[in-house]
Ligand binder design. Sequence first.
Ligand SMILES: Cc1cc2nc3c(=O)[nH]c(=O)nc-3n(C[C@H](O)[C@H](O)[C@H](O)COP(=O)(O)OP(=O)(O)OC[C@H]3O[C@@H](n4cnc5c(N)ncnc54)[C@H](O)[C@@H]3O)c2cc1C
Length: 344
Amino acid sequence: MLMDMQENVSLSGYSTMRLGGKSDYFVEARTKEDLVAAAEWADEHAVPLRVIGGGSNIIWRDEGFKGLLVANKIPGFEKINEDHISVTYTFGAGENWDETVRKTAEMGLYGIECLSAIPGTVGATPVQNVGAYGQDISQTMVSLEAYDCVEKKFVTLHGGDCDFGYRTSRFKGADNGRFLISSVALKLQKNPPAALWSNSLKDYLETHNITERDPMTFRNAIIAIRAAKLPDPAVVANTGSFFANPIISDAELARIWVNFPDMPAWEVGKDSQKLSAGWMIEAAGFKGYSDPETGMATWKNHALVIVNEHAESTGDLMKFQQKIKDKVEELFGVRLEQEPELLP
Ligand SMILES: Cc1cc2nc3c(=O)[nH]c(=O)nc-3n(C[C@H](O)[C@H](O)[C@H](O)COP(=O)(O)OP(=O)(O)OC[C@H]3O[C@@H](n4cnc5c(N)ncnc54)[C@H](O)[C@@H]3O)c2cc1C
């Protein structure tokens, strides 16, 4: 038995959607040694292992998890390099992400301030290459340290090793579950960027006549923009954006524009257009919609966020998200992909 291990733990406490069955085993990891002990215990007992942070991007199935769930609580904050333009810090994977952003913004450092108010832990940020308002973690992450469950040792992976893409990485794809991340190193800048990262941030600063260009000003603006749109998961059960913004070809966009000429789209590469999933869901009639059948709803200020009003099971959530997907596909011919991970 691992120290302080619990059995039959309700998973609804480990997803901000507050749904799901039970985990057979549960333990917290506060050190790198705890991670290794958990991995070895799972190997010995031939059960699957899953490391999580704050559960803000996870949906647990009603069947539960027949394995060992590990909540990462590893602390850490250490300067590892500094020159005249940048500073690199290592953060423990269990550190609260928004506290980390606050701390670095207060130090006057740029690079992650637009990622303010995103729930969760530092260690989860590389997993879906967390991003918002023009910044994502791949832009600042130098390296991470992780226990590799295949090689059975700690490894250092650099940004280029992680296959980062839009809301994805190798940790969400081919190597899902293989690396137990213990720390992340971020390189932050001492000078402001040449241009602001996003138009919404620029608009907000202009509308409010804010001329300062320091990281705390940007952070406070982002917090205000997000608070107007997104529910606080501590109050309303949700996992943020429920669907990723679809990427389609120029030809597909041209086909959609025939019937929906005001549909917004952003060019994101050669023959690649990013659509707004929220816009499509709203156009499909789902903004602020409470579904009596399932107890689920879409958020009144942002159609992309599914909230749990009084659902009883993940089955209810799956039924509701399928209704949205089907309607959007019927209207636009585009299939939405779920952003939070359905586990196990
Ligand atoms: C209101 C709200 C707003 C949000 N806004 C955004 C946003 O703007 N942009 C964005 O990108 N995301 C957003 N999210 C999603 C979520 O907050 C992020 O994905 C966050 O990084 C998840 O952190 P977590 O610690 O809760 O991870 P969890 O949900 O616990 O885990 C997510 C995944 O990472 C894995 N994982 C976690 N920690 C580790 C580790 N130490 N080692 C290995 N694997 C690990 C888990 O196994 C799982 O696969 C939002 C969520 C909410 C509820």
